[in-house]
Design a binder for this molecule. Structure first.
Ligand SMILES: [Zn+2]
Length: 315
């Protein structure tokens, strides 16, 4: 089925509402998107909280690999809120739930995100292989103002006013959906979503705004990674307005730049590391000139890289 954008979607302005405003897209249905306006103080800040792999279980006391996932997410939420200024957007890049996305897992996730919601911060969620799309929507749709997905994928998109009042800059963030089968490790975007992405990026209104794409699975040729990695990179590579691809899944913190200038950023997990050398935490993303600066905010695991800053100069 071809994917059509709702005609009112283009750069429609809307105000962030009390509670979390979440941009959601259902392929083949409608896209909630637009330029989120922020209070002047927040315009000065213009930073994003990038979070991945929270792996929340209904039982908040549950531990895995020696980590209490709920405690780790609480620490991340507290660290986000302790910054001098509030984020313009908070993104959680999939594997929200521990194993197979049970409804009570999402209820507890919602509870743990409570302080962010009470602060009125927009929260944007993506799905990973340990999520269940219908359970996710059943719990989070109304509280986080999600659009109902009628088709097989759930995406979100937002265009944010970043930079300072003197030097404002737009930044678009698109969150893709690589959940293929619940609790089956490899991910898949599928031709329909890739076609949508290609058409969407080629639309005149979207051809120049610097864009960051988030997807849960690593775009590699590893066995358990994104199956259609090459197809995704073929869409993103030539479209120069796409500056960076962020992913999670591997529970590893790393940044690298491809030969074509596209940045590949592996976000650390919140929940637990698969190897002792990895940090747990989140990444603060701030606009800096023609690019962004990332800062690792470690709350556990290997803390030696905590506060590491990496400049991503846009191609
Ligand atoms: Zn994970």
């Amino acid at each position: 089925m071809p994917v059509e954008l709702h005609p009112t979607l283009n750069r429609r302005l809307f105000l962030s509402q009390a509670g979390a405003a979440v941009g959601g897209l259902a392929l083949g249905t409608v896209l909630q998107a637009g330029v989120e306006t922020a209070a002047p103080a927040e315009l000065e800040a213009g930073w994003l909280a990038l979070i991945s792999d929270t792996h929340i279980d209904a039982d908040l006391a549950k531990t895995n690999l020696g980590q209490n996932m709920a405690e780790n997410l609480r620490a991340v939420v507290q660290d986000v809120l302790s910054q001098a200024q509030r984020p313009a957007g908070t993104f959680i890049n999939g594997d929200l739930a521990l194993k197979d996305g049970q409804t009570p897992d999402y209820e507890q996730l919602l509870n743990l995100l409570g302080p962010l919601r009470q602060a009125g911060l927009p929260i944007h969620l993506g799905l990973g292989n340990h999520d269940h799309r219908d359970h996710f929507l059943a719990v989070l749709k109304d509280p986080l103002q999600l659009q109902r997905a009628e088709a097989s994928k759930y995406l979100s998109e937002v265009t944010l006013q970043m930079g300072t009042a003197q030097a404002p800059a737009l930044l678009r963030v698109i969150v893709l959906d690589s959940l293929n089968k619940v609790n089956i490790t490899p991910g898949l975007l599928g031709p329909e979503q890739l076609l949508w992405l290609q058409d969407h990026l080629d639309a005149p209104a979207h051809a120049t705004v610097p864009t960051m794409v988030l997807v849960h699975h690593d775009p590699s040729n590893q066995t358990n990674a994104l199956i259609d990695s090459d197809a995704l990179l073929r869409v993103l590579g030539p479209r120069r307005q796409v500056k960076a691809l962020f992913f999670g899944h591997t529970h590893v913190w790393s940044t690298k730049q491809q030969n074509d200038g596209l940045w590949l950023v592996n976000l650390p997990a919140v929940a637990y590391p698969f190897s002792n050398d990895q940090p747990l935490g989140w990444v603060q993303c701030r606009p800096r000139g023609n690019g962004v600066e990332l800062e690792l905010r470690a709350i556990g695991g290997n803390l030696t890289q905590n506060r590491q800053r990496v400049e991503l100069a846009w191609r």
